[in-house]
Structures are given as structure tokens and as C-alpha cells.
Write a protein that binds this ligand. Structure first.
Ligand code: DC
Length: 231
């Protein structure tokens, strides 16, 4: 029998299959699922809205600390951790609106900011502290819950990851070419891995899994076998 209160973390670059696997794993174990990327995306969406309201352009540059402080104070974000991570901004469900390339890029930019990271990490720790949870992101095993008993790092060949992202975005109706998606993905990965705060790393003690030649079921079963063995 599995202990009910495990904290499981899954980190890795975009397109490595983290979201799909984290969701399935949470369902299989009857755990809660926390998509931390959705939380950074939510901040990005709110930031873009705030900038528009102030008549600023679309450039994803980071405003000064005073602005960020005020922005976070004004922010009215609510998260619901269900089958999907649901996001509400000022009461509006923006869960689908955060799923595009523009929001991805702004999220990656803003995730370098200390105040923003502290704000979200505090929420993530609060939401996951009682266990029975699968967290997925870039720093969930290295910074958010470094003592989690089960940590995974999912990776895949860059072309395979670009193809996966392309298929996912195409299904949502995006017309962007595979090349464009790959370039943006590599830019974002570099940004996420080279930033000073909580860069994407393989957390100490994490199981590294290369999913390039694996299908979803194989990846899920691999993770489950490690989790069961641990008991
Ligand atoms: O996983 P995603 O593509 O939804 O994440 C969007 C961006 O959010 C990602 O490029 C970097 C940032 N992020 C982060 O800095 N830390 C996390 N734990 C999750 C996401």
C-alpha cells in the first residue's frame, strides 16, 4: 500500500512530458496535482493585463521593484488544484487564456524576479505541505520541496520536445510553425536554466528519466515502479 502523504516532484524543460505524466500520476495515486508553471503563467497574464491598463506596450520587460510590489499587492489570483490547475484572475477563469506562446515567454521573463518567486513559492509550499500531492515545474524538487521523498526529472531530445509542443499547440488551434516553436522553446529553456534564482537543474536525489523514446504509458509505469519500490 502507498503511504497517502507523499510529496512527489517532477521537474524538467518544456515538452518533456511533465504535465501529462504529473496529471496521470496524480490520478493513479489519488493525489492532488499542482501545475506550478500555470501559476507563473497566471502572473504573466495578469502582468500583461496590468501593463495594457497602463497603456504600456507588449514588450515583456520587467518593471522596477516598487511596481512589482504594488502589482503583487493588487493581484487578485485564485488557484484550484483539481484534475487541471484552474486559475482565476479577478474572478474570471483564465485557465485556457494562459496557454499560448506569448504568455509562456512573459512567464519565463517574470520568473527571474525574486518577489514573484517568493510569492508563488510560499503558495506552493502551503498547498503541498500536507502531502498526497504531485507538483510539476522547474524548481519543485530543488527549491520548493527539496526534502520531498520522491523527485523526478523528465527530459527528452530537443527535436522530440519541439514536436510534442507543436502537436499540443496545433490541437489548440495555433498556426505557428514547428521551427518557430522550437526556437522559442530553446530560448525559454536557456532563460530558465541560466537565471540566477531557482534555475532549472536536476534536483539532488532526483531520478533522471529520458522520455525521448518512451510512450506515455511507459513513462507513467516507470515512475509508478520507483514510487512503489520506495515503500
Ligand atoms: O511549465 P510551463 O511551460 O507552464 O512554465 C512557464 C514558465 O514558468 C517557464 O518557462 C518558467 C516558469 N516556471 C518557473 O520558473 N518555475 C516553475 N516551477 C514553473 C515554471
Amino acid at each position: 500500500m502507498l503511504k497517502k502523504d507523499l510529496i512527489i516532484t517532477i521537474d524538467g524543460p518544456s515538452g518533456a512530458g511533465k504535465s501529462t505524466i504529473a496529471k496521470l500520476l496524480a490520478r493513479a495515486l489519488n493525489y492532488r496535482y499542482i501545475d506550478t508553471g500555470a501559476m507563473y503563467r497566471a502572473i504573466a497574464y495578469a502582468y500583461m493585463k496590468d501593463q495594457r491598463a497602463r497603456g504600456k506596450g507588449q514588450t515583456p520587460y520587467i518593471e522596477g521593484e516598487q511596481y512589482i510590489k504594488g502589482f503583487l499587492k493588487r493581484l487578485c489570483l485564485k488557484f484550484e488544484f483539481e484534475e487541471e490547475t484552474k486559475v482565476y484572475l479577478d474572478g474570471e477563469d483564465i485557465s485556457q487564456k494562459i496557454r499560448n506562446q506569448k504568455v509562456s515567454m512573459v512567464a519565463s521573463h517574470l520568473s527571474k524576479n525574486r518577489k514573484i518567486r517568493e510569492y508563488l513559492i510560499a503558495m506552493q509550499r502551503q498547498s503541498g505541505k500536507d502531502g498526497g500531492v504531485v507538483l510539476e515545474g522547474r524548481d519543485t524538487g530543488s527549491v520548493v520541496f527539496p526534502d520531498a521523498p520522491m523527485k523526478f526529472y523528465l527530459d527528452a531530445d530537443v527535436d522530440e520536445r519541439a514536436h510534442r509542443r507543436y502537436r499540443e499547440l496545433s490541437l489548440q488551434g495555433t498556426k505557428d510553425s514547428l521551427t518557430k516553436i522550437k526556437v522559442e522553446m530553446v530560448t525559454r529553456d536557456t532563460q530558465d536554466s541560466t537565471r540566477a534564482l531557482s534555475p532549472l537543474v536536476i534536483p539532488a536525489g532526483a531520478r533522471y528519466i529520458d522520455t525521448t523514446n518512451m510512450d506515455i504509458e511507459e513513462v507513467l509505469n516507470t515512475l509508478l515502479s520507483f514510487i512503489i519500490k520506495r515503500k
